[in-house]
Design a binder for this molecule. Structure first.
Ligand code: HEC
Ligand code: HEC
Ligand code: HEC
Ligand code: HEC
Ligand code: HEC
Length: 337
């Protein structure tokens, strides 16, 4: 707790809290029943820090805690990259530790928070408004801690996600533009369809019953299951040629982020299993050849009758990831007819 003052002490009287750059005067409920909106807003940051969100929303907290949103600031890959950028506070940090986006504005470039940067893209970033209320899909129970506001953006959250995943000035982190041009958008899917699967659970410890919500896990490139769903691989023989066809099955460009590298590896094997030849083709933004949603791309290789052809699609988290840690996304093995 900041300055060694506990919230309990605050609730028993009046206390001063120094937080980052600003000073707030906190008047607890025992003293006055009228709190200014600014205090309610600040209470939510205190509540977050004191574990209050966690204690009333334990299931959602456990999901979020392991997500890359929770790591967005402490993530070593991020910090190592941001270190190299002289004006990182302006061009990098604002999305990796942002002020609540309902305050800065949905779709607007986020602003860097002064406080609690270690919590990255926290609950407050996506849910808190300037009056200290929590926006979300329809709630079933009342809470004495925060006000609930039903806001339809949570039922179809692509615009919410686009605040960070679709800034026009930051194309390297844009999954939204290619999604909006895809059949998934036409079919009224959203980013939540694949990244926040539906789950039945208690929204809070005060909820009356388990209801449908959406998992706060945001599995992406660290999930082998997601990567196995991301593309299909087929091989077609025609005489002394083989066509290896990759089809993107993700809801956006593949790979979704520009740091990743996907490798198509084609190995020719003799009848006794000895490796005759191996070729690797890179698919990534760096070479400007990412796949659009549903795009099929064909690579052609020469083959000899009697050989066995093995085609594999492998995923690299960063260009420095050692080959032993590449993830196998797809594999096809066939005898050349
Ligand atoms: C508009 C918001 C925004 C800005 C500005 C931004 N990022 Fe990001 N960053 C994201 C999002 C969203 C992701 C996750 C999706 C992706 O990888 O495209 C991400 C992911 C990353 C990752 C991958 C981390 C990992 O472990 O997978 C790195 C590295 C990164 N950002 C570095 C930077 C650097 C360096 C800058 C400044 C030059 C920057 N970012 C500016 C939003 C932003
Ligand atoms: C005293 C318990 C309590 C605390 C502390 C608490 N909440 Fe809640 N919260 C609730 C209840 C109860 C609901 C309504 C749940 C339901 O409908 O089942 C709720 C609903 C929500 C919703 C959905 C709102 C909507 O309209 O759909 C969000 C978002 C939320 N809380 C975020 C937070 C965050 C972030 C914190 C920490 C700053 C927090 N809560 C702390 C009890 C609490
Ligand atoms: C990246 C943005 C984001 C973050 C971070 C986030 N949420 Fe959510 N939250 C959403 C979206 C989108 C929904 C709507 C999902 C749906 O349709 O049910 C939601 C729904 C909810 C709900 C309603 C129940 C449900 O599961 O749908 C509660 C309660 C809630 N969030 C609390 C929290 C808490 C507590 C945290 C932090 C531990 C948190 N959220 C972090 C985006 C976020
Ligand atoms: C306030 C900015 C912000 C918002 C809003 C936001 N994200 Fe993110 N998201 C990030 C950042 C930053 C990262 C990268 C964290 C890292 O790896 O360092 C990220 C990471 C992710 C990842 C994991 C990427 C990986 O490496 O696997 C997924 C998936 C994701 N976000 C989906 C969503 C979805 C879906 C929504 C909307 C419900 C959303 N995000 C809303 C900033 C945001
Ligand atoms: C049809 C399912 C589907 C939809 C819809 C979808 N995604 Fe993905 N997403 C995937 C798959 C599969 C991957 C893993 C492969 C990859 O990296 O692209 C992924 C990866 C990601 C990543 C990690 C990229 C990286 O390089 O680390 C982010 C961030 C992300 N998605 C954000 C979003 C956002 C934002 C939306 C909404 C515009 C969205 N996704 C819609 C399936 C989907």
């Amino acid at each position: 707790m900041r300055n060694g003052v506990t919230l309990r002490q605050c609730l028993l009287g009046t206390c001063m809290l120094l937080s980052g750059l600003s000073i707030f005067v906190f008047v607890g409920n025992f003293v006055s029943s009228v709190e200014s909106d600014e205090n309610k807003y600040e209470d939510m940051f205190l509540g977050f820090e004191e574990g209050k969100c966690k204690s009333c929303h334990p299931a959602i907290w456990r999901e979020w805690e392991k997500s890359m949103h929770a790591q967005a600031w402490v993530d070593k890959i991020y910090q190592d990259a941001a270190k190299l950028i002289p004006d990182r506070e302006k061009s990098c940090d604002p999305c990796h530790a942002p002020e609540p986006i309902l305050v800065t504005g949905i779709g607007k470039m986020p602003k860097l928070r002064n406080d609690q940067r270690n919590s990255g893209v926290s609950c407050l970033v996506c849910h808190l408004d300037k009056d200290g209320a929590m926006h979300g899909p329809q709630a079933s129970a009342e809470t004495n801690f925060h006000v609930n506001v039903t806001n339809s953006i949570y039922n179809d959250p692509t615009k919410l996600c686009a605040t960070c995943h679709g800034q026009p000035k930051v194309p390297e982190h844009d999954q939204v533009s290619s999604f909006l041009e895809s059949r998934f958008a036409e079919e009224k899917k959203s980013c939540a369809t694949c990244h926040m699967p539906i789950v039945n659970r208690l929204q809070s410890t005060a909820s009356y019953e388990s209801i449908k919500g959406r998992k706060h896990t945001w599995r992406g490139s660290r999930s082998v299951a997601q990567l196995k769903n991301a593309a299909s691989l087929n091989i077609e023989f025609a005489g002394k040629k083989v066509s290896v066809v990759i089809k993107n099955r993700a809801g956006h460009l593949l790979p979704g982020g520009t740091l990743r590298v996907i490798v198509l590896e084609v190995t020719h094997l003799a009848p006794d299993g000895t490796q005759l030849k191996k070729k690797q083709v890179l698919i990534s933004e760096k070479t400007e050849n990412r796949l659009l949603p549903d795009e099929k791309r064909t690579y052609t290789f020469d083959v000899d009758v009697g050989q066995t052809l093995k085609a594999q699609l492998k995923y690299q988290l960063t260009p420095e990831t050692p080959e032993s840690e590449w993830v196998l996304m797809e594999e096809v093995i066939e005898l050349v007819p």
